[in-house]
Design a protein around this ligand. Structure first.
Ligand code: P6P
Length: 354
């Protein structure tokens, strides 16, 4: 009998075939129903990323793609046309999926329910459709951030109260899509952090890096120092420290996804502390900080409010904001050490005044 056929061992062919949906199934080492669901969910998110990337690549050319809508969102921020387009893309890709009943977004005060999916759809997508949209009109990087949570209970009153659970228990998957010189999708389903690069000639996200790990320390610190005057003294102490020590570089793009991606790939720390104007910080817990905290812990890093792990924070409401300190373990620890020092000083002062 002729020898059985041996496929070529050309690695580039196998790499080009390691699409996102295949990778998810490989990660889960299962072809069971939930594995198939997650694979399909990630594939739909990838489709959203492709549609948004295409729109962004033409935004300077396509009528009505740039600029503001004249509306303000639930956050009181001016809504850009790209925000709304991206928000609707995520809704559209999950229609007729039978998977996602609810979508909760920065752009929508309440979750959006997809009627045909809700009787059976057991997953909720929480997302920031375009994070850093102020960068769109100046052709700088922006991103989409997402988390997938399992719906618990029937939510018949559409209060979506079950979304107010700590991220550590209830996030099944999280990730982001970075729209830069290339479009990169980074995700985790709890089995490490993996990056895919969109090959426009294939229309597929192709595996670029598996099991990404943050170094325990990195050179970057990423923060808007223009808010220095609004910070607690402990954060000012940290900034004074890095100003006086060699080996630190300030990198800040004004778009969380790009700034976080640099930290993930090179190490360091990103901070958005509370300020006088926004004591709870500017970033949202459920669809910005918690998804990135899921990723960073999977990659060996750390994410806190400055005093509590982001994944242990119990959300009080859907659009809750939180201070965020996220990145390499040693760098986050250093920031926290200044915060703890100030807390100790205040306790000693209060004790001395009794
Ligand atoms: P600031 C963008 O508006 C965003 O939500 C994040 O992407 C970014 O990290 C932050 O706000 C930037 O805020 O106050 O530094 O302009």
């Amino acid at each position: 009998m002729a020898d059985s056929y041996q496929p070529s061992l050309e690695t580039s062919l196998d790499r080009d075939c390691t699409t996102l949906s295949r990778h998810v199934l490989q990660q889960l080492q299962s072809f069971g129903p939930e594995a198939q669901d997650l694979s399909t969910l990630m594939n739909r998110i990838a489709l959203a990323g492709k549609l948004i990337a295409r729109r962004l690549s033409r935004s300077g050319l396509v009528e009505d793609a740039l600029g503001f809508t004249g509306r303000t969102n639930v956050q009181g921020e001016e809504v850009k046309k790209m925000d709304l387009y991206a928000n609707d893309v995520f809704i559209s890709v999950f229609k007729q999926s039978g998977l996602v009943c609810r979508l909760a977004s920065e752009e929508m005060e309440k979750p959006y329910y997809i009627p045909e999916n809700c009787p059976i759809g057991r997953y909720t997508l929480l997302y920031d459709p375009i994070d850093g949209s102020s960068n769109v009109d100046i052709n700088l990087n922006v991103g989409s951030i997402f988390a997938i949570r399992r719906q618990t209970g029937d939510d018949l009153d559409q209060s979506a109260a079950d979304l107010l659970q700590v991220g550590r228990e209830n996030q099944l998957a999280a990730g982001y899509i970075l729209y830069g010189p290339t479009t990169v999708m980074v995700y985790s389903i709890g089995t490490g952090v993996h990056a895919f690069t969109l090959d426009p000639s294939l229309g597929e996200f192709i595996l670029a890096a598996e099991n990404i790990r943050l170094p325990d320390h990195g050179p970057n610190y990423s923060v808007n120092e223009g808010n220095f005057w609004q910070w607690d003294e402990s954060l000012r102490d940290y900034i004074r420290y890095v100003h006086r020590h060699e080996g630190y570089s300030l990198r800040y793009s004004g778009a969380l996804v790009g700034d976080f991606h640099r930290i993930l790939m090179q190490g360091g720390v990103f901070l958005y502390p509370g300020t006088l104007k926004k004591p709870n910080g500017k970033l949202r817990l459920l669809y910005e900080s918690a998804p990135l905290a899921f990723l960073v812990e999977q990659a060996g890093g750390k994410a806190t409010t400055g005093t509590e792990a982001i994944l242990d924070v119990v959300p009080g409401e859907l659009h809750q904001r939180t201070p965020l300190v996220i990145g390499s373990r040693e760098d986050v620890d250093l920031v926290e050490s200044f915060i703890q020092e100030r807390i100790r000083e205040q306790e000693v002062l209060q004790a001395s005044q009794k």
